[in-house]
Design a protein around this ligand. Structure first.
Ligand code: NAD
Ligand code: DAU
Length: 353
């Protein structure tokens, strides 16, 4: 048996491929375009593992996809591939519409053609799992209840609007064509292989490099953090037992204001790799211009996946963040590799000198 993963050279996708091969003895075909966010170094330890087949390509390639599906006959597709960074979507929304909306549409069509031609038994067993985000629900007031699956879609950024559009396409392909789909909407992930354009790895990277730690606006925006391995186990569980056509919100009941996250990171770094001058990394915290249209608060109500599927996260924020900081300290080469070249252009554009 084989599954097809899209975007498996990115942050969550590569963690998922490792998680899958460690826990299920089932081959993975990994289709990734290798944009700036995709990195084969994330998969280096799988180089000699015959169960992992990497294919560089675009989810929207309507010649490649039918060939890949016919050749490998996957029993499931797990769809991670996307443009994923909100700030980049503000500067240049076109790539987000192209991959997240048009690409997902083209992928759905390729998969539908493949699935329609399967024998009845394989058709029934087939799954298309779409990996989405809590950002499709918009922003919560401070005392509002966390996002349940029934919350209205109110996306506010070009990124979240493009993800919302892809969720709607997936839903429609189930309702209209009967494609056996599942959707997960997860909160903010953190952990190994996280590209240092996102808050947690950016702060670790800048702290160690003696650079400012940029806090947008007042730093009181709230995100709900989940260790990436817990997201991977949730996806695996939904794929195994989720009800067709349903969506499952994934989160660890872990809301934190950004400034608290950054201060906790500084304390961990002070402990694990103190600054030569004895000062705290917190002295590098710098308040900068806010993100345009910045969502104030996200929070996930994870009761459905917990009660229906018995999923629970394994890490607390404290254990997960400590593991994450330790991973970045032990993997300075990985960070140096991904922060060369194009990365510098982005940092210059977003944060100036
Ligand atoms: P990422 O940006 O780290 O990785 C995206 C991957 O997709 C990269 O490897 C990239 O090369 C690949 N890709 C991009 N366009 C492609 C295309 N057209 N064809 C094939 N491959 C392409 O993203 P991530 O943070 O790992 O997020 C993965 C998925 O999870 C996304 O769909 C995202 O919306 C969703 N998600 C992310 C988070 C989070 O906190 N990072 C939370 C919830 C949901
Ligand atoms: O909620 C899930 C989403 O989480 C995913 O769908 C996205 O793909 C993922 O990128 C993430 O989006 P955020 O915008 O929440 O993540 P980011 O790490 O970019 O920012 C987290 C918070 O930190 C947010 O409130 C903005 C703030 N921030 C971010 C950066 C990069 C700063 O204050 N300074 C920064 O330099």
């Amino acid at each position: 048996m084989t599954i097809l993963v899209t975007g498996g050279a990115g942050f969550i996708g590569s963690n998922f491929v490792h998680h899958w091969l460690a826990s299920a003895n089932e081959a993975v075909v990994n289709l990734d375009k290798l944009t700036y966010a995709g990195n084969l170094a994330n998969l280096a330890s799988l180089q000699n593992d015959a169960r992992h087949v990497f294919v560089q390509g675009d989810i929207g390639d309507t010649t490649l996809l039918p060939q890949l599906l016919a050749q490998h006959q996957p029993r499931a597709v797990v769809h991670f591939a996307a443009e994923s960074h909100v700030d980049r979507s503000i500067h240049g929304p076109m790539d987000f519409i192209q991959t997240n909306v048009v690409g997902t549409f083209q992928l759905l069509e390729s998969v539908r053609a493949y699935w329609s031609a399967l024998a009845a038994e394989q058709q029934t067993a087939f799954r298309f799992l779409h990996v989405s985000t809590d950002e499709v629900y918009g922003s919560l007031a401070p005392d509002a209840p966390a996002f349940a699956e029934t919350h209205a879609y109110e996306p506010n950024s070009p990124y979240s609007a493009s993800k919302a559009a892809s969720d709607h396409l997936v839903r429609a392909w189930h309702h209209t064509y009967g494609l056996p789909v599942l959707t997960t909407n997860c909160s903010n992930n953190y952990g190994p292989y996280h590209f240092p354009e996102k808050l947690i790895p950016l702060v670790i990277h800048n702290a160690l490099a003696g650079k400012p730690l940029p806090i947008y606006g007042d730093g009181m925006q709230v995100r709900d953090w989940l260790y990436v391995q817990d997201h991977c186990s949730a996806i695996q569980r939904v794929l195994q037992a989720g009800r067709l056509g349903e969506t499952y919100n994934v989160g660890g009941w872990n809301e934190k204001p950004n400034i608290e996250v950054v201060r906790t990171l500084c304390s961990l770094l002070d402990e694990l790799q103190p600054r030569a001058d004895g000062q705290s990394y917190a002295t590098q915290i710098t308040y900068v211009k806010d993100r345009a249209g910045h969502d104030r608060r996200y929070a996930i109500d994870a009761r459905k996946i917990e009660q229906e599927l018995g999923w629970r996260p394994q890490e607390t924020f404290e254990t997960g963040l400590r593991k994450t900081v330790a991973w970045y300290l032990a993997n300075a080469d990985w960070v140096a590799n991904v922060t060369s070249g194009q990365y510098r252009q982005w940092v210059g554009q977003q944060y100036g000198a």
